[in-house]
Write a protein that binds this ligand. Structure first.
Ligand SMILES: Cc1cc2nc3c(=O)[nH]c(=O)nc-3n(C[C@H](O)[C@H](O)[C@H](O)COP(=O)(O)OP(=O)(O)OC[C@H]3O[C@@H](n4cnc5c(N)ncnc54)[C@H](O)[C@@H]3O)c2cc1C
Length: 475
């Protein structure tokens, strides 16, 4: 007789594993099925985020940032360093260790919360009364039953039409995070979040990086003030960014990749690279689920169709994270996972996409929450804007990184904060204040009246709030 679980989560990415933990906390008998394996075949829960996404990319960003700092920023502090070298294999080994620590951490959390973990591919095997039969295929095949199923199967990289990833010359995110030696010429197709982060890693380590972006401007979803500043700073760093390009041909050779494209003026160009990272977005992943057999509805782009509460068309089947509509972000997946577990328990949680923060971990970092100036204008909202540059912030000067600014947008009539946009040092951490403020419906005056420690980068947030009312103190 098959084991019967109250909740079975398929996928142990950030959405799935947190859904499982919350379900277990709420007293449900919970299982989680995930097929990701380490090189030695052992389970590697954590999904894209832990294995080939957020965590390894941040590990490499830190290593490459340290390398660049030693070479370029230490001298100003009076620190003389000669003979700096970069051991890529060691950097990769450190990255692998960081990933493994996170895999192990999740396995520990499963044990701690008494969640049964199945390593293998989970698929629908038909109905079981009001619930569902789930088959697990893999090293230890199993048949289990679930009263509720949470589909959290994530996403996979989108390839250029007709150009398959080989992860030798044409790299997806996995390949981009595992290049064995710094390429001399690196091409990046798609200057979005992942492209910019990966391009930054390899540029810092010495690659000549050329980014080919189809859209007419860099980072069109980012507030234009911030996007313009980013373009200026990234170009100064040596990233070559071509926007408005149309790729017509990619020839993969034994030792290089030739990309032919029309530039923004319509002139045909060919660029040759040692490696080409393709980061043109991600597509939902439902392969292996046997979704068709049970009639799980997908939309025309392959996302599992869900309502605002993550309910699918099938009774007691929910779906969360990258496999459903909404921002493809780990923390969005986590919030949805927790919310679904609570809904199964009869609670009424709410996930507001407008207060989901976004971060790009370039140097300087870019972060934002809420609406951009261009979105507010398009909606005809009457707003006030205040901004404050880090070059007027004492802590930023002391750290030696005064690039960027904080910009706050607030409703002109109510003063309610509508968006907070940042580019600068550690803004991935500073953006939390913007998210908290927006969740609590704060006004810019609220932030302006809150005591911020001195000297901190967070004072720039307070000053931007003061600037909304035209009364910065330090500018
Ligand atoms: C290079 C890169 C950097 C990123 N950086 C960030 C960042 O800094 N911050 C951020 O918020 N987001 C980042 N992301 C996005 C983030 O990784 C995703 O939004 C997040 O992983 C989505 O979580 P998920 O739980 O929906 O799915 P996933 O993390 O994709 O996990 C899905 C899991 O389900 C498993 N699975 C699929 N089908 C089955 C099946 N049938 N049976 C069993 N298991 C199955 C998969 O193998 C996988 O383990 C990054 C992505 C990439 C590629």
């Amino acid at each position: 007789m098959a084991d019967i679980f109250d909740v079975v989560v398929i996928g142990a990415g950030p959405g799935g594993y947190e859904a499982a933990i919350r379900a277990a906390q709420l007293g449900f008998k919970t299982a989680c099925v995930d097929d990701w394996s380490r090189a030695d075949g052992k389970p590697a829960p954590g999904g894209t985020c832990t294995n080939v996404g957020c965590i390894p990319s941040k590990a490499l960003l830190q290593s490459s940032e340290n390398f660049e700092e030693v070479g370029h920023a230490f001298a100003e502090h009076g620190i003389g360093v000669t003979g700096v070298t970069m051991d890529v294999a060691k950097m990769m080994a450190r990255k692998a260790k960081v990933v493994a620590q996170n895999n192990d951490g999740i396995l520990y959390l499963f044990r701690k919360n008494k969640i049964t973990f199945f390593h293998g591919i989970g698929s629908f095997a038909g109905k079981d009364g009001d619930g569902w039969k789930i088959s697990v295929a893999g090293g230890a095949p199993a048949e289990i039953s679930a009263v509720n199923v949470i589909v959290a199967t994530g996403s996979k990289p989108r390839a250029l039409p007709g150009v398959a990833f080989d992860n030798v010359r044409v790299l997806d995110n996995d390949g981009a995070l595992s290049i064995a030696a710094v390429p001399k010429r690196l091409g990046v197709v798609g200057a979005g979040v992942i492209g910019l982060e990966m391009g930054s890693v390899w540029r810092r380590l010495g690659a000549e990086v050329t980014m080919l972006e189809a859209l007419p401007s860099l980072l069109p979803t980012v507030d234009t003030t911030i996007a313009k500043e980013a373009q200026k700073l990234f170009t100064k760093q040596g990233l070559v960014i071509h926007t408005g390009v149309k790729i017509s041909d990619v020839k993969v050779g034994a030792s290089d990749v030739a990309v032919t494209y029309a530039d923004a003026n319509g002139n045909v160009q060919t660029a040759t690279f040692d490696n080409l990272i393709v980061s043109i977005g991600r597509v939902p992943f439902t392969g292996g689920l046997n979704a068709e057999a049970v009639g799980l509805k997908l939309d025309d782009r392959g996302f599992v169709t869900v309502d605002d509460d993550c309910r699918t068309n099938l009774p007691n089947v929910w779906a969360i994270g990258d496999v459903v509509r909404g921002p493809m972000l780990a923390h969005k997946a986590e919030e949805e996972g927790v919310a679904v577990a609570e809904r199964i328990a009869g609670q009424k949680p709410h996930v507001d996409f407008n207060t989901v923060p976004w971060v790009i971990y370039t140097s300087p970092e870019i972060a934002w929450v809420g609406e951009t100036e261009q979105q507010l204008k398009a909606r005809g909202v009457d707003f006030r804007a205040g901004s404050f540059p880090f070059n007027a912030n004492g802590r930023a000067r002391a750290i030696g990184d005064t690039r960027g600014l904080v910009k706050m947008l607030a409703d002109r009539n109510t003063d309610r904060i509508l968006g907070v946009h940042m580019i600068g040092p550690m803004v991935s951490e500073l953006i939390a204040e913007g998210a908290v403020a927006m969740e609590f419906g704060a006004s810019s005056e609220d932030i302006a009246r809150i005591c911020h420690a001195h000297p901190t980068l967070s004072e720039a947030v307070k000053e931007a709030a003061l600037a909304v009312d035209g009364r910065t103190l330090n500018l």
